[in-house]
Design a protein around this ligand. Structure first.
Ligand code: RB5
Length: 147
């Protein structure tokens, strides 16, 4: 899968780990920063990854900050993005099955790195169920247009 990945300083080490794991799994990964642990602002990286997903440059996005919350709030401001803050296997699976999330966010200060890696694998491998969930997701998409 073609993926764009980003982090702030708090998520940098986990982002590096995920990038390596994703490449080993055969994914094509564009790393949009950050490039080190110097303090930086998570909305800058959320925007870069979210815009790639919205444009279709990436099929899915991955964003890591301290809590996963700032990244998900910021990414969800970009039209076409459905970002989920994932903290365990259930939220990984359900954010795909029911919400068709196209951006995975996680908190490096909340969830251990190995669990984030495992949750991301589940998230990438889980399909959207469609059916009644399509109607609900379409209602979310319409909210974009209402402003
Ligand atoms: C950075 O200190 C922290 O605020 C950020 O990584 C993130 O957790 C924001 O939601």
């Amino acid at each position: 899968m073609k993926l764009s990945i980003g982090s702030d300083h708090a998520g940098f080490a986990v982002k590096e780990r995920l990038k390596k794991a994703l490449q080993e799994q055969g994914h094509q990964v564009a790393d949009l920063g950050s490039t080190n642990e110097e303090p930086c602002d998570y909305p800058d990286y959320a925007e870069k990854v979210a815009r790639d997903v919205a444009k279709g440059t990436a099929e899915r996005g991955v964003l890591i900050c301290g809590t996963g919350i700032g990244m998900s709030i910021a990414a969800n401001r970009i039209s076409g993005v459905l970002a989920a803050c994932v903290h365990d296997r259930v939220t990984a699976e359900m954010s795909r099955r029911h919400n068709n999330a196209n951006v995975f966010c996680a908190g490096a200060r909340i969830v251990p790195a190995g669990e984030i890696e495992a949750n991301l694998k589940v998230w990438l491998e889980t399909p959207f169920e469609g059916g009644r969930h399509s109607r609900r997701v379409e209602k979310i998409v319409k909210l974009d247009k209402k402003g």
